[in-house]
Design a binder for this molecule. Structure first.
Ligand code: FES
Ligand SMILES: [Fe+2]
Length: 306
């Protein structure tokens, strides 16, 4: 079994990557360079085929190419070397690997497959995103959380942690697993860290192992986008974004409060995740959610497609 699952992973919010930006990226215990040349986000392996400079540290977009900071070899968005300023003849083997990238819903996604195969499913476009009735994303990234992706995904089935960790009473709880999708439907009453009482109803679906869209009805209707991306075997970045359905002045006031509550809510989980062990054979009781089914579903992303 490989260390990292196969799937789409969020690597940046769209508004963090301006035209002309070049950034180093470290995910899946590997190094990459992320850049935006002609409006399109691109990810290449980080190291120059010449003498190995990292293209993300000092690389620049110039003359329609990504220019290496060491000897100025220039690469296209397909990873091919297009020019060497001081060479009369182009040598062979001058390409760097180019990775599948998509961008919509205000996020940039990269496909990762330990076997190197291409994308196996699509992430849906959120119809509400960018429309007049919904607020812009309030985005967050919790960097370097010390845990393994499977701990986060297990929340889908873990109905019993809500009252203890999140002061939330769950009255209805249901899971559905279909192909690469895992859906959690929950109804309950939340008592957020910053006060108040909220009767809510959530439908949250994972599309693959690391990207979840939640539709939530409560005090205000909201959409939550949550994604985690492994940095290495023991750390990951956790991103989340919230959009609220506009309903007069209360939306603005509530947006900040809501995002802060969510952030605090994640921190409640994180304290548990960062210090726990993973039990292969946990002692389970009849009141627990379908943790076994969740694990069976999650395993598919680690198994070779062969
Ligand atoms: S190392 Fe990149 S051009 Fe020499
Ligand atoms: Fe939780």
């Amino acid at each position: 079994m490989s260390t990292f699952p196969r799937g789409w992973f969020v690597i940046s919010w769209s508004d963090e990557l301006a035209k002309g930006d070049v950034k180093p990226l470290r995910y899946f215990a590997k190094d990459f360079v992320l850049f935006r040349m002609d409006g399109v986000a691109t990810v290449l392996d980080a190291f120059c085929p010449h003498l190995g400079a990292h293209l993300g540290y000092g690389g620049r977009i110039e003359d329609g190419g990504l220019r290496c900071p060491f000897h100025a070899w220039s690469f296209g968005t397909d990873g091919h070397c297009k020019s060497i300023p001081y060479a009369k003849k182009m040598p062979r083997n001058t390409s760097v690997t180019c990775h599948a990238v998509r961008e919509f819903n205000g996020a940039v996604y990269m496909w990762h497959d330990p076997e190197g195969a291409g994308p196996a499913w699509k992430i849906p476009v959120i119809a509400e995103y960018g429309t007049e009735d919904w607020s812009d994303w309030n985005t967050n990234c919790l960097e370097g959380v010390k845990t393994h992706p499977r701990e986060i995904v297990e929340n889908v089935a873990d109905s019993a942690h809500f009252p203890t960790v999140h002061r939330t009473e769950v009255s209805e709880f249901e899971n559905e697993y279909v192909d690469h999708k895992a859906t959690q439907r929950t109804k309950g009453v939340a008592r957020p860290p910053k006060g108040g009482v909220d009767h809510f109803e959530i439908e949250a679906t994972y599309y693959g192992p690391a990207f979840q869209i939640s539709h939530m009805a409560g005090y205000l209707d909201s959409i939550l986008l949550m994604a985690h991306t492994p940095i290495d075997e023991t750390h990951l970045d956790l991103r989340f974004a919230v959009s609220l359905k506009k309903s007069g002045p209360k939306t603005e006031q509530f947006a900040q409060f809501y995002a802060e509550n969510l952030r605090l809510g994640f921190h409640e989980d994180i304290t548990i995740w960062e210090h726990k062990v993973f039990r292969d054979r946990p002692a389970i009781c009849d009141g627990d959610g379908p943790i076994g089914r969740l694990r069976t579903w999650y395993r598919q992303f680690y198994e070779p497609r062969g």
